[in-house]
Design a protein around this ligand. Structure first.
Ligand SMILES: Nc1ncnc2c1ncn2[C@@H]1O[C@H](COP(=O)(O)OP(=O)(O)OP(=O)(O)O)[C@@H](O)[C@H]1O
Ligand SMILES: [Mg+2]
Length: 247
């Protein structure tokens, strides 16, 4: 089995505060993993450690077999951050093309301007999320759901092997969410490995293959079937307040 992410004995502190405690698990090629957990349980921190954006004080993370601190092919991981929409400043006039173009920066050497091939890649990524007709629109003029699709395109444009999404559907209506998850499932069927942090039990039931429950420690990690049939499930949910709540 092709292990893309290997996490061993991972600990993370913000100052004195222990946020991740002895986390161990693997992400394999083809996985569709949901990470569940209450607010403040360390989900975003864990993703940032995997992406090399935060440096854990203890433990080891390997990406494609390489320790994260030595890993130089960042484009192999696509990331849609939590509240990406809020990061869009409505007064700063960025076009859809420019936003998606940012996703190519990890692949580029100096000078970092967009070449013809980049423009083709941007258009292709936008087609994947059915947003190709908005290439020259200002991002701030799109609806929340449309902006979210653009952020997915930004994460996909470097043709990553893992797509990591942190609560990508917060504030999006149910029908749009449903289409969005179908799209993710389609990408997964085509071989893209997906890791999604979510409070939405709907997607967990319908699409994902693996489930991880985080509450500082990894209180559960296994297949979706095991998760659903586990006699301990109610207990885990009760003990760790894994009630699915929306922001
Ligand atoms: N930059 C920071 N400095 C200090 N503490 C932080 C920082 N970022 C997060 N924390 C704290 O670390 C804990 C874990 O935060 P994290 O953002 O990983 O949680 P989360 O599971 O993603 O929560 P949510 O579901 O609300 O997004 C929280 O208690 C939070 O207050
Ligand atoms: Mg978070």
């Amino acid at each position: 089995m092709d292990v893309l992410v290997e996490i061993r004995h991972l600990f993370f502190w913000y100052g004195q505060r222990l946020v991740l405690e002895d986390i161990n698990f693997d992400i394999k090629r083809g996985d569709f993993l949901a990470i569940l957990g209450p607010n403040g349980s360390g989900k975003t921190t864990l993703l940032k450690c995997i992406l090399g954006l935060l440096k854990p004080q203890k433990g080891e993370i390997k990406l494609f077999g390489v320790p994260v601190e030595e890993f130089s092919e960042k484009w192999r991981l696509g990331y849609v951050p939590q509240r990406a929409i809020a990061l869009v400043d409505p007064v700063f006039p960025l076009s859809v093309e420019e936003v998606v173009g940012f996703g190519l920066l990890p692949k580029k050497k100096f000078p970092r301007f967009l070449a013809r091939a980049d423009k083709d890649a941007i258009l292709k990524a936008l087609k994947q999320v059915e947003m190709e007709n908005y290439l020259h629109q200002r991002i701030s003029k799109l609806s929340g759901g449309q902006q979210q699709r653009v952020f997915i395109a930004r994460a996909l444009v470097s043709r990553p092997e893992i797509l990591i999404l942190d609560e990508p559907t917060t504030g999006i209506d149910a029908a749009t969410q449903e289409r969005f998850y179908d799209l993710l499932a389609e990408f997964n069927q085509k071989g893209l490995t997906i890791v999604i942090v979510t409070h939405d039990i709907g997607i967990v039931n319908k699409h994902v293959k693996q489930v991880a429950c985080l509450n500082r420690r990894l209180v559960y990690h296994g297949t979706h079937e095991e998760f659903c049939s586990s006699p301990r499930l109610q207990q885990i949910i009760g003990e760790h307040h894994l009630v699915i709540h929306r922001h």
